[in-house]
Design a binder for this molecule. Structure first.
Ligand SMILES: Cc1cc2nc3c(=O)[nH]c(=O)nc-3n(C[C@H](O)[C@H](O)[C@H](O)COP(=O)(O)OP(=O)(O)OC[C@H]3O[C@@H](n4cnc5c(N)ncnc54)[C@H](O)[C@@H]3O)c2cc1C
Length: 391
């Protein structure tokens, strides 16, 4: 493969947001890093491309130029007849095209002197001994002092750690469409009626739109039919010409399994870092990429064991996601009631937006909702179209 036979400080498997950010962090600290991906970039990644502001501290300035639209309003609906338009004074998210965003991210990381990149290089297994890890690739083995598995939802690296068989998944069905509608006519859309056990979405970008659905795997369903009826029911989407349609898996956050052991550590989708209610994973990929790299740094520099990482991720993500799993079950099994209670209420909408912005966790959201209990009826709104201004 033409790469140094000398052991690398770290081999990172997968060059999505988690792997690139981990490589960026370790590379800036001067470590010799090999970043491997089985794909050649730009590669297609099924994703609506909504990046919430939680990720902002981790995204280099150069990549912020690739943001397509700023999201400061969203249409929450139960079919086109029942809708709430939420406006926020500060942005909640941005949209990106994952192909170009991820390719630019990789190029940026490639600019760091101590980072080497190998594309088109699939990893097939990992062998660990006391001193090193051997990463087995389709082009031969490489050796490292530590390995970060950032190889996405179908991760190979995750299989070296116990409990991977118990991972839970949801299905996401997505199509890409050319957008005729002017951007201002179509805000980001979430429709609780269209996909049983989940929600339908539309994320507009410049001239294009990702349309899809997020569905609990337990539900009896035919996502392709649900997709067609979702698109058909919204006049703003019905005229869109879809050019790519497929179903994918997403890991469900709230996992209790081990996410680091010995010299191997996981980040992003490989570590199940996905919000069970929204399906959001990009911001968590950046965050876990960062935390994994810091953990590897402490291991390489001071010999500190990496096992504490599992607990850190539990406290920050997976513990709160456990609560979110229960909320998702309630909301998606009773979508009409859920819509009427939450998305017709100014206080509850505001709390939910604060969670998405990362200002509040799910537990904090529930506590505040309980404290606001007696006030909630006064903030309930009726009508086909409501604008809620949130600070
Ligand atoms: C339909 C859909 C819509 C979504 N929409 C959103 C959204 O709007 N907002 C949001 O925040 N999240 C969204 N997500 C989730 C988001 O896409 C992921 O959480 C995020 O991409 C995870 O980043 P990652 O770096 O962990 O993995 P990935 O971005 O999946 O990158 C993993 C990389 O590893 C490589 N790889 C895999 N296996 C190997 C191997 N064996 N050897 C070498 N390389 C390998 C892959 O080629 C890939 O480049 C969506 C997901 C889906 C499926």
């Amino acid at each position: 493969m033409g790469l140094s036979p000398r052991p690398w400080d770290a081999v990172i498997v997968g060059a999505g947001p988690a792997g690139c950010h981990a490589a960026w962090t370790l590379g800036k600290l001067g470590y010799r890093v090999l970043l491997l991906d089985r794909a050649h970039f730009p590669r297609w990644k099924p994703c609506a491309g909504g990046i919430t502001v939680k990720a902002a501290p981790y995204i280099p300035m150069e990549l912020q130029e690739l943001f397509e639209l700023t999201i400061d309003r969203a249409l929450l609906a139960y079919g086109p007849e029942r809708r709430t338009l939420i406006r926020t004074r500060r942005p909640v998210a941005w949209t990106v095209h994952r192909e170009s965003f991820d390719a630019a991210h990789l190029e940026l990381v490639g600019g760091i002197e101590s980072v080497s990149i190998q594309q088109g290089c699939g990893v097939v297994g990992i062998e660990e001994d006391a001193d090193h890890v051997r990463v087995l690739t389709e082009s031969g083995p490489v050796t490292a002092r530590a390995v970060i598995g950032a190889d996405g939802v179908e991760s190979v690296v995750t299989r070296c750690l116990p409990g991977w068989e118990d991972r839970e998944f949801v299905t996401a069905f997505e199509g890409e469409a050319w957008l005729d509608t002017a951007e201002e006519e179509l805000p980001v859309l979430f429709d609780l009626r269209s996909f049983p056990g989940g929600y339908g979405w539309a994320f507009p970008k410049r001239g294009r739109c990702s349309i899809g659905g997020y569905v609990d795997r337990q539900q009896e369903q035919r996502p392709r039919d649900a997709y067609a009826s979702f698109v058909g029911s919204w006049p703003e989407l019905a005229s869109c010409e879809t050019y790519r349609q497929r179903g994918f898996r997403l890991p469900v956050g709230g996992t209790r399994r081990q996410l680091a052991r010995g010299r191997v550590i996981l980040a992003g989708d490989a570590a199940d870092a996905v919000d069970p209610i929204t399906g959001e994973g990009i911001a968590y990929a950046f965050m876990t990429g960062h935390l994994a790299a810091q953990t590897v740094h402490r291991f390489l520099a001071r010999g500190e064991g990496m096992e504490g990482y599992t607990w850190r991720l539990w406290r920050r993500f997976h513990g709160p996601f456990r609560v979110a799993r229960k909320l998702a079950e309630l909301l998606y099994n009773h979508p009409r009631t859920g819509f009427s209670i939450i998305f017709r209420n100014r206080i509850l909408c505001s709390l939910f937006v604060r969670v998405v912005r990362g200002e509040l966790g799910y537990v904090g959201m529930l506590a505040r909702a309980a404290l606001s209990g007696p006030l909630l009826p006064f903030y309930h709104r009726r009508g086909a179209r409501i604008v809620v201004d949130l600070s």
